[in-house]
Design a protein around this ligand. Structure first.
Ligand code: 15L
Length: 262
């Protein structure tokens, strides 16, 4: 059984993966902030503590989910997404851990207009400080792949939810079952090098290219279309229309604009 150190294990995504990856052959050691009841209590912005955790666990791979899951100040976003990723990558390098699977986000390209099928090689175009943090974390992964030959799979996740409830989510939904399939594939794919894939289900209305994920073995089975009639029973609103303008939906609207240093 391959051992996986999973950061952010107490969150919704972390709980799903901690519960379900063992059945697929992964031994999961969960790590989260103190007070969250994880196997290991560590603040991932502390490189010394992260190094000690990696040295103790000696995992075969890291899944990095920890981070503020929404918009924040610029320093908080950089600390939460970039410094944590840097601390983990450096500890992996020092202790010979060969692979990381990263929870990036569609918000790395969220400011792109919602017009074409989006490839994973699209230039970064973040919609928020959160998106900037994800872009920079992806760049750091690529640096460690190039310099030190680790494998890094960055999953640009859409909307991880039990079920879609808005029109946008009919395109961006990632079901819990497909989440498990995607992370399992990213852990098992032979020599992915640096790879970016989109984390959505096989949604009929999906606007992100699933081919790079499929090439790594991610074969999504769910489709938000199952819920379309229910979601569309409510009339379309101004909010739906605003969310439809850009890839990042609400994050690309004024509602998510924050002063960088407050
Ligand atoms: C994300 O990356 C966020 O963490 C989550 O809160 C949702 O907003 C999601 O994207 C989304 O785009 O639906």
């Amino acid at each position: 059984m391959a051992k996986v150190l999973l950061t952010g294990s107490a969150g919704a995504l972390g709980t799903t993966l901690s519960d379900r990856l063992p059945a697929l052959g992964h031994e999961v050691v969960g790590l989260d902030l103190p007070g969250q009841g994880a196997d290991l209590s560590v603040d991932c912005t502390d490189p010394v503590a992260v190094d000690e955790a990696v040295a103790e666990v000696r995992p075969d791979a890291v899944i990095h989910l920890a981070g503020i899951p929404t918009e924040s100040s610029l320093p908080d976003a950089l600390s939460s997404h970039v410094l944590t990723t840097g601390a983990l990558l450096e500890a992996m390098r020092r202790h010979g851990v060969p692979r990381i699977v990263y929870a990036s986000s569609n918000h790395a390209v969220g400011r792109l207009p919602r017009s074409v099928l989006l490839g994973a090689d699209t230039n970064a175009r973040p919609d928020t400080h959160y998106g900037v943090g994800k872009v920079a974390a992806e760049a750091l992964l690529h640096l460690y792949v190039d310099r030190y030959g680790i494998d890094a799979v960055s999953t640009r996740i859409g909307s991880f939810l039990e079920r879609p409830t808005t029109r946008r989510q009919l395109s961006t939904w990632l079901s819990p079952d497909d989440t498990v399939r995607m992370f399992d594939a990213a852990l098992k794919a032979p020599s992915p090098g640096f790879a970016v894939i989109y984390g959505i289900s096989a949604n009929t209305r999906g606007w992100w290219d699933l081919a790079p994920g499929r090439a790594l073995g991610y074969d999504p089975q769910d489709d938000a279309e199952t819920y379309a009639a229910e979601v569309e029973a409510e009339p379309e609103t101004e909010v739906d229309r605003a969310e439809g303008a850009h890839v990042g939906g609400p994050f690309a609207t004024e509602e998510y604009e924050r002063p960088p240093f407050d």
